[in-house]
Design a protein around this ligand. Structure first.
Ligand code: PMP
Length: 360
């Protein structure tokens, strides 16, 4: 077997133990005589698996009973529209923090359905820090406040929350389950699965139940959280394979110390990489302000961009894949989600050091 260290931003590396379990069950799942992809979502075996996945996610995140957990499709991007449609009832406008590429997209989609007040905007500086909450221009009558606590492309993150009357709505696509959070402080949390949860095709929404039931009658019914909550996310056929696999990742997380243990390891991985970059005498730099640096996505730029192509070719040959940075940032980006081991990060740092010794 020749699995590489995969630093992809998403779809991203999955735990090997999970993939091996799935492989063992692929042709014959439980006593069904078929694979999980070939059986009804309404049959006992799948219903049980689906319910267990939800319970494990509730346990991992400490999700209170007055929150619904929805297993949806359409990616985080579909939620950019679903959120204003479902939550827009409570105010004349919605507040959005513009701290990166994904919050920009969320704002653009929300504007089709609701007035948007942008509370802070770092686009001009190229998303290098998150302005402190005291400078945010919050409205008095916002229906909700939307934030993107981890911006996957620029590698910009904040783990505090602004003080707001309105419910906080957070895109946790690239940071969910990477550390403990207090779900009660949020009105709604959403995340595409393909980074810290499982394969693409599944989107998790965790929503406080008092926010349901106000959906516009003329909007697409499947975007109504109440419809999905009342049908246990099975109003239509759900993405069964992705749901099953996410359940295996949740079980793996529980068996490996849960989010507390993930947080420790994630902090250790991120510090090691940032420390190495900061002490490379400028050969490598990370463009983000120290207090806004992401634990999950670490962009780094080579002082001499003529070396980018050789860095990518040589790292690839060394079994370190998917390190090319997003075109808007340039350079490299290492995404180091839960399933990236400490060994993978150590191998990356060793490679970076050898490359530097050869080229500086
Ligand atoms: N938000 C964030 C923070 C993301 O990283 C991404 C995907 N990279 C998205 C939203 C869009 O997710 P999807 O492709 O699942 O729609």
């Amino acid at each position: 077997m020749s699995r590489v260290y995969n630093f992809s931003a998403g779809p991203a590396v999955l735990p090997l133990a999970v993939l091996e379990e799935v492989q063992a069950e692929l042709l014959e799942w439980g006593h069904t005589g078929a694979s999980v992809m070939e059986v009804s979502h309404r049959g006992g075996p799948f219903m049980q698996t689906a319910a267990q996945a939800e319970q494990d996610l509730r346990d991992l995140m400490g999700i209170p009973d007055n929150y619904k957990v929805l297993f949806l499709q359409g990616g985080a991007t579909m939620q950019f529209s679903a959120i204003p449609l479902n939550l827009g009832f409570a105010g004349k406008r919605a507040d959005y923090a513009h701290t990166g590429h994904w919050s920009k997209k969320a704002i653009a989609d929300a504007k089709r359905f609701i007035d948007v007040n942008v509370v802070c905007d770092t686009s001009e500086e190229g998303y290098k820090h998150v302005p402190e909450a005291s400078s945010w221009q919050l409205s008095d009558d916002a229906a909700y406040v939307h934030i993107t606590p981890n911006e996957t492309i620029a590698g910009v993150e904040f783990d505090w929350l602004p003080e707001t009357q309105a419910p906080i709505c957070a895109d946790l696509s690239s940071t969910i389950l990477s550390r403990p959070i207090d779900v009660r402080k949020y009105g709604l949390i959403y995340a595409g699965a393909q980074k810290n949860i499982g394969p693409a095709g599944l989107t998790i929404v965790i929503v406080r139940d008092d926010l349901l039931g106000h959906f516009p009658a003329d909007a697409p019914r499947l975007l109504d959280y109440q419809v999905m909550a009342e049908s246990d996310s099975m109003n239509n056929t759900p993405p069964t394979f992705a749901w099953y696999l996410a359940g295996k990742v949740f079980a793996w997380l529980k068996a490996n110390g849960g989010v507390e243990s993930m947080a420790q390891t994630n902090q250790q991985k991120a510090s090691a990489l940032y420390d190495y970059i900061d002490n490379s005498n400028g050969f490598y730099t990370n463009p983000v302000a120290v207090d806004s640096r992401s634990w999950m996505n670490v962009p780094f730029i080579l002082a001499d961009d003529q070396l980018d192509a050789s860095f990518l070719a040589e790292s690839h040959a060394a079994g370190l894949h998917a390190l090319k940075g997003h075109r808007s940032v340039g350079g490299m980006r290492a995404s180091i989600y839960n399933a990236m081991s400490v060994d993978g990060v150590t191998a990356l740092i060793d490679f970076m050091d050898q490359f530097k010794a050869k080229h500086q």
